[in-house]
Every structure is written in structure tokens, then in C-alpha cells.
Design a binder for this molecule. Structure first.
Ligand code: ZN
Length: 418
């Protein structure tokens, strides 16, 4: 489940960034602050005080006030930390118009990135600066690559679009044409033996080199012609590495160029691998439903119930689920009601509230008290209950079925609920 665990992290950050990307200030008044690990908080605070001073030169009274308020709030949040967390800290803060001019509300977002930030920066702009975090959402896992034919081999590691050649080998084995005077059988035997030694050498070094790579997610073996299959099928690769083989790829070249070919195709290869995993998970769920084993459940109510009971093995949610869980409070009697609505309907929902009456006391004083992204909420409960979480795209038929026929929320139980 490690690939899916990683996809959950990326997915969560992706969602947050999409939400932040939608936010726009009235003027140049939204603050983005990136604090790398190791930076001293009091230095950052001093820097913010300077920015506060600079902001007093802003001509527009509203903008000036909004910027200075945002700097104040950012400082307050920063003071909650003695030092930046392991991967650093990112704060976004600013007045966001809700519904036209004059409806701004100050919003603050504090993020601990999944990977270390290596820059310090402060920006004040009409939008939040998300680029360094967006880079983290992309595929960053490490994959091993072996490109091999009968004369050359190379072992490399690939992260995103970046590759690093770890070692090159040449077989020293002559071509298929023997020198005059040699017996054909003897020549063949010697050639086989040397190829075998060469495969073994590549296999042993590849294992040594790749087992040191942290977070190695898989291995891709490529090369022109059938040598790669001889290499894999022979007993040359440690079984731990063999188990990690994700794909075999035909390349036109060996050496570095061969690795480059694989890198250019790797996005596609890895997507293919992810879709296979997604298909498997949804198919397992469909099996449980189809065979009425009692282990497959779906729909928000059912899934939440079993999630809270702690008997869900795998929570399965569609990436395309855009539902929010809204809590509405009556300012008069304090009654709280909640409902699930599509993200896109939130503005209208909030407007309608202004003229709606409380179910309990009938007074017209309802307001949104809290809102949660439904997926985030379910993932959070799943985390607490140690359930696996699978985020499913709609790139496969199974994914589309999950979204359209099961409302995008399903689960496989650990055991049958009584
Ligand atoms: Zn009420």
C-alpha cells in the first residue's frame, strides 16, 4: 500500500493547492511566506516587521490596512512555532473577497510541506504563490532503471524527469561471429558463459546500488531486443529487486540514451502502474459486492458508520468527489445542523441561509459555522483508525464506475459487520 499512501499525501496537497489557487485578492495584498527548516523564527519575525513598515507607504487605505493585518496575522501564527517543523513552514494569509467588493474576510493557511523547502521567501501579491509546493505534488518517487543488451548495460535511478547514471558495464563479449579455426560449439559455449558472467555482474551491482536508494518504488528494465528478458528470466537479479519490476520497455538505444528514452516514457509507464493498482482495488470491492460477502460497503452514511466503528480495511474514494460537509449554526438558539453539498453550490447555499429559518426556533439567524472537504474528513478518520486509503482517478472504467454508480465513496471491511 506504500504507493497509495504516497498518493494520499500528494492528493491532499493537490486539493489544498487547487483551493488556494482559486483565491484572489482585491489588490496586491495576499501574503505568501516560505520558511525553510533551520531558519530562526525571530529572524523571520524581524523581516515581517520590516515588511510591515514598508507597507505603510501603500497609497490605498484599504490595501494598506489589509496588508498590515495580514502581516500581523502571519506573525501571530509564526509565533506558535519555536522553530520551523522538519520540512519547513508555509503560511498564506490575506483578505479574500467572498462576494464582491467590501465582503473580504481574512483567511490564513498554515502548511507543513511533505518535502523540505529549500528557499526563504516573502511575497505580497494579488494571488498566493504556490509554485514551490506545486513542484512537490508531481511524481517524485525514485525508480531504478536497467538498460541492457549483450554488449553494454547501465544502471540508473530516476526521480521525476531527473536521472542519475549509477554505473556502466560492458560485457566484453564478442559478437555472434566466431574467429576462423574455432569450433562452433566451443565458441558458442564460451560466449554463453561470458554472457552469463556479465548478466550476473550487472545483476549483483544493480542490487547493491539500488538497495541503497531511499524510497525506491520500482524497477524498469529496458533495452533493444530480447536480452532484457534473458537477463530477467535468468537467475541474475536478487528476488527483492525482481519483485519490484514494474515494466519492461523496448528502447532503440543502450547506455545513457536508452535511459533517456525510458525517462521520456516513464510518466506513461508509472501512470499505467498506478491505474493497474486502482483497478485492482476497485475490482476487489466490486467482487465483495457482487458475491454479497458483506465486506463491500458504499455511500457516505454506511462508510462513515463502519469507519467510526474501526472495521474498515480500505477506504476507497474517487478523486472527483467534490463534496463539502457544512455545519450551520443558529445564532439565536445555538442549534447546529449539518449537510453535504457539492463544492460548486456553496456560494448559493450561503446566500440562501440568509433568508432561511432555524428548524428549532424559527428565527432567521443561520450562519455557516464550519466547512470540511468530505474526502479530507473521511481520510482523517481513516488515518486515526489505521485504515488504508485509496484515492481513485476516473482514468479507468472501474474509477468511472466508482464515481457514477457508488457516489465516489466505498470501502472494504476487515470482517463482516454483525
Ligand atoms: Zn435556532
Amino acid at each position: 500500500m506504500s504507493v497509495t499512501a504516497d498518493s494520499v499525501l500528494r492528493f491532499k496537497l493537490k486539493r489544498t493547492l487547487e483551493m488556494l489557487a482559486d483565491k484572489e485578492g482585491r489588490g496586491t495584498e495576499l501574503i505568501s511566506l516560505y520558511v525553510p527548516p533551520g531558519r530562526r523564527i525571530h529572524e523571520v519575525l524581524a523581516n515581517l516587521r520590516e515588511e510591515y513598515g514598508t507597507a505603510s507607504n501603500i497609497k490605498s487605505r484599504t490595501t494598506r490596512k489589509n496588508v498590515q493585518d495580514a502581516i500581523d496575522r502571519t506573525s501571530q501564527r509564526l509565533k506558535l512555532f519555536k522553530e520551523p517543523p522538519t520540512n519547513g513552514l508555509v503560511i498564506f494569509c490575506g483578505a479574500i473577497p467572498r462576494n464582491g467588493a467590501g465582503t473580504e474576510r481574512m483567511e490564513t493557511f498554515v502548511l507543513e510541506p511533505p518535502e523540505p523547502i529549500n528557499i526563504y521567501f516573502y511575497r505580497c501579491d494579488a494571488r498566493f504563490h504556490l509554485e514551490p509546493l506545486l513542484a512537490m505534488v508531481k511524481e517524485r518517487n525514485a525508480y531504478g532503471v536497467i538498460v541492457i543488451d549483450t554488449s553494454d548495460a547501465v544502471v540508473a535511478v530516476v526521480r521525476g524527469q531527473r536521472m542519475e547514471i549509477l554505473q556502466k558495464f560492458s560485457s566484453g563479449v564478442a559478437g555472434k561471429h566466431r574467429a576462423g579455426g574455432q569450433s562452433a560449439r566451443r565458441f558458442e559455449r564460451i560466449r554463453e558463459q561470458s554472457l552469463n558472467d556479465y548478466y550476473h555482474r550487472v545483476g549483483a551491482h544493480a542490487y547493491e546500488l539500488l538497495s541503497e536508494i531511499e524510497g525506491l518504488k520500482g524497477l524498469i528494465v529496458g533495452g533493444p531486443g530480447p536480452t532484457k528478458f534473458d537477463f530477467i528470466e535468468g537467475d541474475h537479479l536478487n528476488y527483492m529487486l525482481k519483485e519490484k519490476i514494474l515494466a519492461t520497455i523496448d528502447t532503440s538505444y543502450v547506455g545513457e540514451q536508452g535511459v533517456e528514452e525510458i525517462v521520456s516514457k516513464s510518466g506513461e509507464i508509472l501512470r499505467g502502474v498506478r491505474y493497474m493498482e486502482e483497478k485492482k482495488i476497485v475490482q476487489k470491492f466490486l467482487y465483495e459486492i457482487g458475491h454479497e460477502t458483506g465486506l463491500g460497503v458504499y455511500g457516505e452514511t454506511q462508510v462513515r458508520k463502519y469507519l467510526n466503528a474501526g472495521i474498515i480495511d480500505t477506504l476507497i474514494v474517487s478523486e472527483k468527489l467534490n463534496t463539502i460537509h457544512v455545519f450551520v449554526k443558529c445564532k439565536n438558539c445555538g442549534n447546529v445542523d449539518d449537510s453535504l453539498i457539492p463544492q460548486s453550490g456553496f456560494v448559493k447555499f450561503e446566500q440562501d441561509l440568509m433568508s432561511a429559518a432555524c428548524k428549532k426556533c424559527n428565527s432567521v439567524s443561520l450562519a455557516v459555522d464550519d466547512r470540511k472537504d468530505l474526502v479530507d474528513e473521511l481520510i482523517e478518520i481513516a488515518d486515526k483508525q489505521n485504515a488504508n486509503v485509496a484515492i481513485i482517478s476516473t482514468e479507468t472504467d472501474e474509477g468511472v464506475m466508482l464515481r457514477d454508480s457508488f457516489g465516489g465513496i466505498a470501502a472494504i471491511l476487515r470482517y463482516r459487520a454483525s
